[in-house]
Design a protein around this ligand. Structure first.
Ligand SMILES: Cc1cc2nc3c(=O)[nH]c(=O)nc-3n(C[C@H](O)[C@H](O)[C@H](O)COP(=O)(O)OP(=O)(O)OC[C@H]3O[C@@H](n4cnc5c(N)ncnc54)[C@H](O)[C@@H]3O)c2cc1C
Length: 429
């Protein structure tokens, strides 16, 4: 079965326009051997490659497009620890495993900033915190509870009332917020390219423009086959997230691929920059169909929101998020929108990520549910641990069976209708 994913060109993103140079990587040519072969050159695959190579494992990574060409080079660069569930909720849902997951998730912004530091990755890291903005009185109570739970675990977090939120954010549109000071931001494509460079410096072989077409069992090894070569490996790690094709039976149907889209203005003038998030926090709201935003280091305002459930995003979806920016920050006036782009996220039925053992020696990690800068970096490390022979009980996420999303082929019309319905509910508060 063929597995090459469809990826739009990334030349239209603010990140390609401002990123550090990509390390020079060639495509795979000829038949090679490695201990571990990794499919996918986003944070999950790159983090796995870096952690493995750092511990002396011979690793080869194959990316279909360019490094970071999937969601990792196209996101908003918000480095947010934790999952969508509160820690108490996760413990109630999954018992000890949930408590462990919550504790691990809470450390993942530390992991990202430590990697950036250790490998001197030039990606504009800034640890000014993440605001989650309550769009309704009910969500104000939720974020207050959330802040309390994390504070009880020793985290530097606070609940902010309406006035305090407006002071930090620059608009009084929200009812309240909580701030998580473990969190921060970075230039996402530079982070991906920097991880690749770091992995290569410690010995990983990284190949771009090398779509993996199939996996073959070859006696006691796997052969990872591209159009121009192959890698024979003992272990294969699949890190293709929302860009998963038909490489492994059923994997593509185990999550819902959805587009998230963003628009970026031209750099704002100094007075506007001093009003919107002047201390450099990044933000997302609590709507069912969320909006998220930040300023980049040049002072561009970047807003993101839900895109389509297909391969492309019609212009009216970008019009919609740009109008929303005007509603949240009326004093933005009529900014010139300089970039519009989208990327794919992998949504799971319960909003939790997945770690699978697909066959002896084949693992997959996916399903970051739109919050994966920190999580995918952590999942890559977990994959590296599994490849080095860690016991299932020693990895921080449960290893689960591959399940299919029911009625997967009918998802587009159904999910589009649900999205419209939730947008209306969000507008009503
Ligand atoms: C617009 C947008 C905004 C976002 N904002 C944020 C944010 O601010 N904060 C946050 O935490 N998360 C955010 N996310 C989510 C985050 O970007 C992802 O969770 C994370 O990047 C996933 O990393 P990954 O390595 O698992 O997958 P990806 O980065 O998508 O990488 C998968 C790679 O696999 C490759 N691939 C697929 N098939 C093959 C094959 N057969 N052979 C070889 N390679 C293959 C693809 O080309 C792709 O590069 C956002 C996502 C999007 C799209």
């Amino acid at each position: 079965m063929t597995a090459a994913p469809a990826i739009a060109s990334s030349a239209d993103t603010v990140w390609t326009a401002t990123a550090i140079l990509a390390p020079s990587v060639g495509c795979l040519e000829g038949d090679r051997r490695a201990d571990v072969a990794i499919v996918g050159g986003g944070y999950t695959g790159l983090s796995a490659a870096l952690h493995l190579a750092e511990s002396g494992v011979d690793v080869a990574l194959l990316e279909a497009g360019e490094i970071g060409e999937g969601a990792s080079g196209r996101n908003n660069g918000q480095v947010i620890p934790g999952f969508k569930y509160d820690p108490d909720e996760l413990a109630a849902k999954l018992g000890d495993a949930g408590a462990r997951m919550a504790a691990w998730g809470g450390t993942l912004a530390d992991l990202v900033f430590a990697l950036v530091d250790r490998h001197r990755i030039d990606c504009a890291p800034r640890r000014a915190g993440w605001l989650q903005l309550a769009h309704s009185p009910a969500m104000a109570r939720t974020v207050e509870r959330r802040a309390r739970q994390w504070r009880a675990r020793g985290v530097d977090a606070d609940f902010l009332d309406r006035v305090a939120t407006a002071r930090i954010l620059g608009t009084d549109r929200y009812h309240a917020a909580w701030i998580d000071r473990r969190a921060g931001s970075l230039q996402p494509l530079s982070y991906a390219r920097g991880l690749a460079g770091a992995a290569m410096r410690v010995g990983a072989r990284v190949h771009a423009r090398s779509p993996v077409q199939r996996l073959e069992r070859d006696r006691n090894r796997w052969r990872v086959v591209t159009d121009q070569g192959s890698v024979a490996a003992d272990i294969v790690l699949i890190a293709t997230n929302a860009y998963t094709g038909d490489l492994w039976p059923g994997l593509r149907r185990s999550f819902i691929p959805a587009q998230s889209i963003q628009s970026a203005t031209q750099p704002l003038d100094a007075s506007l920059r001093a009003t919107i998030l002047p201390r450099g926090e990044v933000a997302a709201d609590t709507q069912r169909i969320i909006f998220y935003y930040r300023l980049d280091p040049a002072g561009r305002f970047i807003i993101g929101g839900r895109g389509s459930f297909g391969e492309t995003n019609p212009p009216l979806l970008f019009d919609y998020i740009e109008r929303a920016a005007g509603r949240f920050f009326p004093f933005l006036g009529k900014p010139r929108w300089e970039f519009r782009w989208g990327g794919k996220i992998a949504m799971t039925a319960d909003f939790l990520p997945r770690l699978h053992r697909l066959a002896p020696g084949v693992f997959a990690a996916l399903g970051c549910n739109g919050r994966g800068v920190a999580l995918a970096t952590g999942m890559g490390k977990a994959l590296a641990d599994l490849a080095r022979g860690a016991a299932d009980a020693d990895v921080p996420l449960p290893i689960t069976k591959l399940n299919q999303i029911p009625l997967f082929e009918f998802r587009r019309p159904v999910l589009s209708a649900i999205t419209h319905y939730y947008r209306l509910r969000d507008m009503m508060g």
